[in-house]
Design a protein around this ligand. Structure first.
Ligand SMILES: [Fe+2]
Ligand SMILES: [Fe+2]
Length: 298
């Protein structure tokens, strides 16, 4: 009888990497294809990553003691290392964006509000069942967010027309690297949720809620961002409107709502969407012998 072969486990790798924004060319105000709406959207996402990814890490780390599978523990360690590095490098970009006039205080306010709500839920309920539900909810939000980041990551890495819009080369490098690592760890939070007994009804209803608000939130976020800190953009409302429509109908965001569908099925797993060929290609492209980002590694 043939010996049983253990499934191959791929561990997300924490890479020590550093990006230098604004070099050699200075950062432009509209650094994404001279497009006001797209530049603000990427700015919003970048501003949301450091607090958002910290939230994801906390949501997963809380269950560290309950995890018994050594493979899952090792994947979680890789996930945490990658997300922390993403947060640090996006903070670098955010500082550079601040130097050309972006300010994302409303994201900071939202982040603080989420932190306080989380802290309140963590301490206010002596009832163990409610505490478990609030912690599982944070984990289900993380797993759903990871699905969307994986969808956007796959789009970026498989559609050259999206990468061509990333006209600032170092921002493009950052997004390629971040997207690649998001695909590397796309199923970790999901597997933790499953391992600790997270119910399907909560996972699916969390996705329903998040998918419903994602596009309106992005759209309103872009407009608030322009209204709050972009005098040039404010003077060009028709251009902004046209670019917003183009953004929503363009290859990066179009059909994003539909991408929730597989996740809503009972029994879904992120690895049902096979992205291994994309990972193989980009591992070589970014970090192979002639890799585009080898010189960025510390
Ligand atoms: Fe990330
Ligand atoms: Fe992630």
């Amino acid at each position: 009888m043939a010996a049983e072969v253990a499934p191959q486990v791929v561990y997300p790798k924490t890479r020590r990497i550093r990006f230098r924004f604004g070099e050699p060319e200075p950062m432009q105000r509209y650094y994404i294809n001279d497009d006001i709406a797209f530049s603000h959207l990427v700015g919003i996402l970048s501003a949301a990553f450091p607090p958002g990814e910290e939230f994801f890490v906390r949501a997963v780390r809380r269950y560290g003691a309950q995890m018994t599978d050594p493979h899952l523990k090792k994947r979680v360690a890789g996930f945490i290392g990658q997300e922390m590095t993403h947060g640090m490098q996006h903070s670098e970009l955010n500082r550079k964006l601040a130097s050309v006039g972006y300010s994302f205080q409303f994201i900071e306010l939202l982040g603080n509000l989420a932190d306080e709500t989380e802290e309140y839920l963590d301490t206010a309920y002596p009832d163990a069942r409610l505490l478990r539900l609030s912690r599982l909810s944070a984990l289900s939000v993380t797993a759903a967010a990871e699905h969307f980041t994986a969808v956007l990551a796959e789009r970026l890495l498989t559609r050259p027309e999206i990468r061509e819009l990333m006209t600032d080369p170092e921002v493009r490098n950052l997004l390629n690297w971040h997207a690649f690592e998001e695909l590397e760890h796309k199923s970790v939070a999901f597997d933790v949720y499953r391992a600790v007994g997270g119910p399907e009804w909560l996972r699916i209803s969390t996705m329903r809620a998040m998918a419903a608000i994602a596009i309106p939130l992005f759209t309103v976020g872009v407009w608030i961002s322009v209204a709050a800190n972009d005098p040039e953009g404010r003077k060009q409302p028709l251009r902004l409107l046209g670019e917003t429509v183009r953004l929503l109908r363009g290859p990066f965001l179009k059909g994003l709502y539909t991408e929730r569908k597989p996740y809503l099925k009972r029994g879904f797993h992120p690895d049902d969407i096979d992205t291994s060929a994309v990972l193989d290609h980009w591992r070589d492209e970014l970090f192979g012998d002639q890799g585009q980002l080898v010189d960025h590694l510390k």
